[in-house]
Design a protein around this ligand. Structure first.
Ligand code: ZN
Ligand code: ZN
Length: 344
């Protein structure tokens, strides 16, 4: 089969690799869509402790079941499925207690397990049993269904920040995840949604998703946000961008009892942030983090897309065949669009 193999840092090669053999408990997919994620770009440029070269990366996947191994009853040939990245081991303390995003091993497709930038994807036995593999609702295309993965992470992040009815939601960073949080946040009860974004281009694109206020992240940001929140700040702040400055400013924009989610991880080597802990103390704020998602978030993501609560088609700005994956990565990195989908 043809696959884009990451052979080393910045060495992504499209080539023929041996076909998968489907063994007991395994499921083979013909990959129809694999969306490019910011983390794919980071893995390519900087590596990741969980990715050993050579590896096929890509973890926002949808495809068709073309073979099932002995003993598989959950899926059959012809099923159309979307696949999420994280695969809970099912056995560690965290997995046993329903907290698979904190799994001691932290398996993921496109990390330890080969990913979706290939014609075929083999779901191993653990993924078939524990992973996020769900049938695609009829109304969704493969490209749309692939976006259940990032949406699942957005849902997990908003849930962990306890977004509720009547809350003011501030989203710092209006990439695809930030835009999904606009749509999802509204359905979870946010009555005022504010978006802050550094690049004017991305801020402009985010305007299609229905937030109440859009601001450029510049020196006037704090003032602008105070003005539209009666001087109070936001109840829930989602920092989706990978910026220490954004994390620092978020605390100054927090209302009393605010929940601030450092959703975007900082790149290796970033400086530590400095915050006034008395702001946390006197405002009784909660600072938390979230990463990845559980299989149930992935299932919910497909449901909300099917119901038209989140509009996946509006996020997809570019499509490329596997042979043009370098161009796909370049476009994704340029931030000229939102989601870039590869169709192997
Ligand atoms: Zn992703
Ligand atoms: Zn585990």
């Amino acid at each position: 089969m043809k696959a884009a193999v990451l052979e080393g840092i910045d060495r992504l090669v499209v080539k023929e690799v041996p076909d998968y053999e489907v063994k007991e408990g395994e499921v083979l997919l013909r990959v129809r869509a694999c969306a490019v994620c910011g983390s794919d770009l980071r893995i390519m440029h900087a590596g990741n402790p969980r990715v050993h070269f050579p590896q096929i990366i890509g973890h926002e996947i949808a495809g068709e079941v073309v073979a099932v191994g002995a003993g598989v009853t959950k899926f059959q040939v012809g099923d159309l499925v979307a696949v999420g990245a994280d695969v809970p081991c099912g056995e560690c303390f965290w997995c046993q207690n329903g907290m698979g995003t904190n799994c001691a091993i932290n398996y993921a497709i496109g990390y330890q397990f080969p990913g979706g930038f290939a014609e075929y994807l083999l779901l191993n036995k653990l993924t078939v049993i524990q992973g996020a593999v769900h049938r695609i609702p009829q109304s969704l295309s493969f490209d749309e269904a692939a976006l259940a993965e990032p949406l699942a992470c957005a849902i997990n992040g908003l849930e962990m920040a306890h977004l509720g009815v009547g809350d003011t939601l501030l989203i710092i960073g209006a990439g695809p995840i930030g835009c999904m949080m606009i749509e999802m946040g509204r359905h979870m009860g946010a009555t005022t949604i504010i978006v802050a974004q550094r690049s004017p281009q991305r801020l402009e694109m985010a305007k299609h998703f229905g937030a109440d206020y859009y601001f450029l992240s510049d020196e006037h940001l704090e003032e602008a946000i105070r003005e539209v929140t009666d001087g109070e700040g936001a109840d829930v702040i989602m920092v989706t961008c990978a910026s220490p400055e954004a994390q620092e400013v978020s605390l100054r924009l927090a209302r009393h009892r605010a929940r601030i989610n450092f959703f975007g991880g900082l790149p290796k080597g970033s400086r530590d942030i400095s915050i006034s802990s008395n702001l946390v103390h006197y405002k009784e704020c909660t600072i938390l983090g979230s990463h990845g998602s559980l299989p149930r978030h992935h299932r919910k993501a497909l449901q909300v897309m099917e119901r038209g609560m989140v509009h996946p088609a509006n996020y997809i700005t570019h499509r490329f065949p596997l042979t043009e994956i370098h161009e796909a990565f370049r476009v994704a990195e340029s931030h000229q669009g939102l989601k870039v989908v590869v169709n192997p």
